[in-house]
Design a binder for this molecule. Structure first.
Ligand code: UTP
Length: 412
């Protein structure tokens, strides 16, 4: 980016403090900032002025429940297996997150959850994929979304571990875009004198980043029609699950979403529902008491199914959705920042805050559900398919995931 473009963008987003600082910088620092701007998506700053979008009318959605799935198991597995064998299905893992709650210095997938032997989160993912390769006799492509912060270490780690036995010819990497971090007054933050504080632009950035990497074209060339998008941190994640793939294809819908019965109405997972008549996911913090207490005609909680970040998307519809249509969410997080210091040689120190001090701007995969227009909510059994690792201890933790794996007879 050149200086003229930079000044115009900063003026557009009323970043007076950044402009003031820029004018005091030496040429080398200016050059570095301008170079960094090539990787940053400033359009996300629009969210700061128009983030009060009201939700539409929320109503319950019909979910395909376990009994119905069981009745049709053979048919769905056949359809799913045929699609996988025909190369129509690929998988995409969202591995660009910072895993701040887990507190590891490395990418989440590199975390070792073993007790008596190393068991890495990436290893669990490849083991689950190999189950499908072995049962269908077909390999399928995996796209790994990394971030500027963890791309190198993830590539090196998987190279060193030989993709845990998965054919590396079927493994592709791409880096997600970044967005600037904003302080609580709306100013873009600096992490170094010549660098903005930035973070990956949320897991909803996967399709635009895939397009930037030319992987949408690769999918078309390969005849890939469906893409199974999932989070890295669920160590029981079933990937390209023929049953789920078959049920979604059979439904004719553009999306399938794996859901579990919520452990309690307030569980921190998005609730699947209809919004203004369209399938949609309401984040847990947007669920009102009225929605949490609502009952359906059978007297069951009306919004009792939560998404587990495992979706099957039909690419035909995704092509029509461009990045700028994605809603941007504002999340309050802890972001290290630069502060003036009279005791440091450089005149600056990097401060690691104790409390959230910044807004990160993120798009979310769950918003695709509404944008895709149709969706099959597909129930799965929590104990078999949902062991997310967000924290070291307590709810959704290494501890709880280990318990679930051990209960299934998995050796740790
Ligand atoms: P989370 O929302 O749990 O975020 O991500 P996180 O970064 O893993 O953890 P915290 O919130 O900082 O503790 C859910 C999934 O989305 C991916 C994560 O890697 C995880 O698989 N993700 C998240 C991305 O790929 N990119 C992002 O920008 C954010």
């Amino acid at each position: 980016m050149d200086e003229i473009q930079f000044r115009s963008i900063m003026e557009q987003y009323e970043q007076d403090k950044v402009l003031e600082k820029f004018e005091t910088m030496n040429d080398r620092d200016k050059e570095r900032i301008l170079k960094q701007c090539d990787f940053l998506d400033f359009s996300f700053l629009n969210a700061l002025s128009n983030h009060d979008a009201k939700r539409g009318k929320i109503e319950p959605i019909r979910t395909m429940k376990l009994a119905e799935i069981e009745q049709n198991r053979e048919k769905y597995e056949k359809i799913g297996t045929e699609a996988i064998k025909a190369g129509k299905v690929a998988a995409l893992v969202l591995a660009g997150g910072m895993g701040t709650r887990l507190g590891s210095d490395h990418a989440k997938g590199m975390y070792d959850i073993g007790i008596t032997r190393p068991v890495y989160i990436f290893q669990r993912m490849f083991e689950n994929m190999l189950d499908v390769v072995n049962s269908t006799g077909a390999k399928f492509h995996l796209f790994i979304m990394t971030s500027l912060f963890n791309d190198k270490e993830i590539r090196e780690f998987l190279y060193e571990h030989k993709c845990f036995g998965y054919d590396p010819k079927f493994v592709h990497f791409f880096v997600q875009d970044m967005s600037p971090c904003i302080d609580l007054e709306g100013n873009i933050m600096f992490s170094k004198p010549d660098e903005f504080a930035m973070s990956p632009n949320g897991n909803g950035g996967f399709y635009s980043s895939m397009m930037n990497a030319g992987l949408d074209e690769f999918c078309r060339e390969q005849g890939i029609e469906y893409i199974n998008v999932f989070a890295i941190d669920n160590v029981l994640q079933r990937i390209a699950d023929p049953l789920f793939v078959g049920a979604t294809i059979d439904s004719g819908y553009a999306t399938g979403a794996k859901v579990v019965k919520k452990a309690d109405p307030g569980e921190k997972v998005g609730s699947i529902c209809l919004e203004d008549g369209q399938p949609s996911v309401v984040e847990y913090y947007d669920m009102t008491d009225e929605l949490l207490e609502a009952k359906d005609e059978d007297g069951e909680p009306a919004y009792e199914y939560g998404v587990i970040l495992n979706y099957l998307f039909r690419l035909k519809e995704m092509d029509g959705i461009v990045r700028n249509e994605m809603p941007v969410h504002i999340v309050k997080k802890k972001v290290p920042y630069l502060a003036e210091s009279s005791t440091s040689e450089t005149g600056y120190v990097t401060v690691k805050p104790e409390e959230p001090n910044a807004f990160k701007l993120e798009t979310l995969t769950l918003d695709f559900v509404r944008m895709m227009g149709s969706c099959l909510p597909f129930e799965v059994v929590r104990e078999r398919e949902f062991a997310p690792i967000k924290n070291p201890m307590g709810v959704d933790s290494v501890e709880s995931a280990r318990k679930m794996l051990l209960a299934l007879g998995y050796e740790l």
